[in-house]
Design a protein around this ligand. Structure first.
Ligand code: NAP
Length: 291
C-alpha cells in the first residue's frame, strides 16, 4: 500500500467538527488535499481550519455550519462549495446521530424521522448532487456501521438508516460506474467518541445490558479513528480504482491489500449486503421454491 497524494484535489467531509470526521479530514489534509468541512458547530470548524492552515498555508480549507436535519441542507452545502472550488474529488458522508434509544414502540416519532433525515436522507441528497457534479469521476464514501449488517435492538432508527445507506451505496455504485464514480461504505468499528459516551449515559435499562457492556469495553479497547480514516484515504486513492459498491470494515477486514482483489470483487458479491439462505449455514432443507 503506497502513501497516496491528494494534492490539488478537493475533499468534502460532513461531521468534521470532531470524532471520526475530524480524523478523516486530517488524514486527507496530511496528504495534500484541499478540504471543505461541514457540521453544525461553526466555532469548532473555524478552530480546525485555523489550526490546519497554520500547519500548511499552501492548501485551502473552507467550512460551513449546516444542520443536516434541515431538508435543503445538501443544496446549501453545494451552493457554498461551488464558491469555494470548481472541482470535487472525494465526498465523505460521515455525520450521523444515534437518534432515539430504547424500544421502537416507545421511540418518539419525530426523533425517529429526524434520525433517518440526518443519517440517510441527507447523505442520499448529498450523493445525488455529487453525482451530477462529478461528471469527470470521483469517489463517494459513506460511513455506515453498527446495525447495518446485523440487528441492533433499541437503536432502530440508527440501524435502519445505516442499512439503507449501504444498499443505496451498492445501488448507486452500479449506476455511476460508467461515469468513473466509485461509491463505497466504511464500517469504522467501535470508537471512543461522543457517540459511545451517549450509549454509556443512556444506561443499561434503555440500551440493554449487552450494548451497555459493549460501550464500557469500547471506552477501554477501541479502534482509533485514525484506522478508519486511513481506510477512507486508501479507498479514495487511485490505487483502489477497481473497488466499488463495497462495505469494508476498518476493524475486521484485511483491507490493506484490497486493490489487488479488484477482479475478484467485481465478479462476486464479497463485502456486500446479502440474504443468507440455509445452504450458506450448512443446512440442506430441501423442498422446492413455488416456481
Ligand atoms: N463511534 C462509534 O463507535 C461508531 C461506530 C460505528 C459507526 N460510527 C459512525 O461513524 C461516524 C462518525 O461518528 P463519531 O463516532 O465520530 O460521532 P460523533 O463524535 O458524535 O461525531 C458526529 C459528527 O457529526 C456531526 N453532526 C451530528 N449531527 C449533525 C447534524 N444534524 N448536522 C450536521 N452535522 C451533524 C457532529 O458535529 P456537530 O455536533 O458540530 O454538528 C460531529 O462532527 C458516524 O457516521 C457514525 O454513525 C461510529
Amino acid at each position: 500500500m503506497s502513501r497516496p497524494s491528494f494534492a490539488s484535489r478537493t475533499v468534502l467531509v460532513t461531521g468534521a467538527s470532531r470524532g471520526l470526521g475530524l480524523s478523516i479530514a486530517e488524514a486527507f489534509w496530511e496528504r495534500g488535499a484541499d478540504l471543505f468541512l461541514v457540521a453544525r458547530c461553526e466555532d469548532a470548524l473555524a478552530a480546525i481550519a485555523s489550526r490546519l492552515l497554520q500547519q500548511c498555508p499552501t492548501q485551502r480549507i473552507g467550512f460551513l455550519s449546516v444542520d443536516l436535519s434541515n431538508k435543503g441542507a445538501a443544496e446549501r452545502i453545494f451552493a457554498q462549495l461551488r464558491d469555494f472550488t470548481d472541482r470535487l474529488d472525494v465526498v465523505v458522508n460521515n455525520a450521523a446521530i444515534l437518534g432515539p434509544i430504547g424500544p421502537f414502540s416507545t421511540n418518539d416519532w419525530a426523533a425517529w424521522e429526524n434520525t433517518l433525515q440526518v443519517n440517510f436522507l441527507a447523505p442520499a441528497a448529498i450523493c445525488q448532487v455529487t453525482v451530477s457534479w462529478m461528471q469527470a469521476g470521483g469517489v463517494i464514501l459513506n460511513i455506515s456501521g453498527g446495525g447495518a449488517t446485523a440487528p441492533r435492538p433499541f437503536f432502530s432508527a440508527y440501524s435502519a438508516a445505516k442499512a439503507a445507506l449501504v444498499r443505496l451505496s451498492e445501488t448507486l455504485a452500479s449506476e455511476v460506474k460508467p461515469l468513473g464514480i466509485r461509491v463505497n461504505c466504511i464500517a469504522p468499528g467501535a470508537m471512543n467518541t461522543q457517540m459511545n459516551t451517549a450509549v454509556l449515559l443512556a444506561g443499561p435499562d434503555l440500551v440493554g445490558e449487552i450494548e451497555h457492556r459493549k460501550a464500557i469495553e469500547h471506552g477501554k479497547v477501541v479502534t482509533p479513528p485514525e484506522v478508519p480514516a486511513e481506510l477512507a484515504v486508501y479507498l479514495a486513492s487511485d490505487e483502489c480504482s477497481a473497488v466499488t459498491g463495497r462495505l469494508i470494515s476498518a476493524e475486521w477486514d484485511p483491507w490493506r491489500n484490497l486493490h489487488s482483489r479488484g477482479q475478484e470483487l467485481e465478479e462476486s458479491d464479497i463485502y456486500t449486503l446479502r440474504r443468507i439462505v440455509p445452504e450458506d449455514r450448512g443446512f440442506e432443507w430441501g423442498g422446492e421454491a413455488p416456481q
